[in-house]
Ligand binder design. Sequence first.
Ligand SMILES: CC(=O)CC(=O)C(=O)O
Ligand code: MG
Length: 219
Amino acid sequence: MTSTPKNFRSICTKIICIGRNYSEHASELGNTVPTKPIIFMKPPSAFVIEPNDIKIPSEWDEVHHEVELGVIIDKKCQNVSKEEAEEYIAGYCLALDMTSRKLQNELKDQGLPWLLAKGFDTSCPCGDFIDKNEINLSSSVNLWLSVNGTMRQSGHTRDMIFSVPDIIAFISKYITLERGDLILTGTPAGVGSVKRGDQIEAGINGENDLKYTMKFNIT
Ligand SMILES: CC(=O)CC(=O)C(=O)O
Ligand SMILES: [Mg+2]
């Protein structure tokens, strides 16, 4: 097996997302702060990369942006301990969890699954593979997102309720993780609406000159 799945988007079989992993974001939507990770999925057909557009499904007017740190799994694993978790990480990427908040709220009120609100085509814009050595899990990276040049989100991974090792340990107790799987680790506060014609720019800033940005038009 080669060491890093740089082509994770073509081999990914699961995009697993964590919800409400930053207490400020849980509060801004009036949600309680979780005591265990909340997980949900997007299908790999949700991926979109630059220079393609984020396409809002035709019957919707807007969707919400959520900037997140993506973690890419290196090798198959089950029941991994927190201490071992880093061994199973290939690298990272910048990712967005595009969401129809209106539909999500309607589905939540009826006790129904969120899949359509979170899993529509192009709901997972994502950037290039960032090597594991570029991000030190014991430090913090800054995730930011602007819409039409106005900053909307800026948060730090140190504020995550469940750390990356906590998340890998939790998920792998129940779901086998495989090479190329992507985990979205939750969004910091500042989520909000985008419409057709808007442009999203997002970035990640870390230690050792790690600076990565991506840009998407909304159509
Ligand atoms: C309330 C959400 O949509 C959860 C989520 O995706 C996040 O916190 O990130
Ligand atoms: Mg999210």
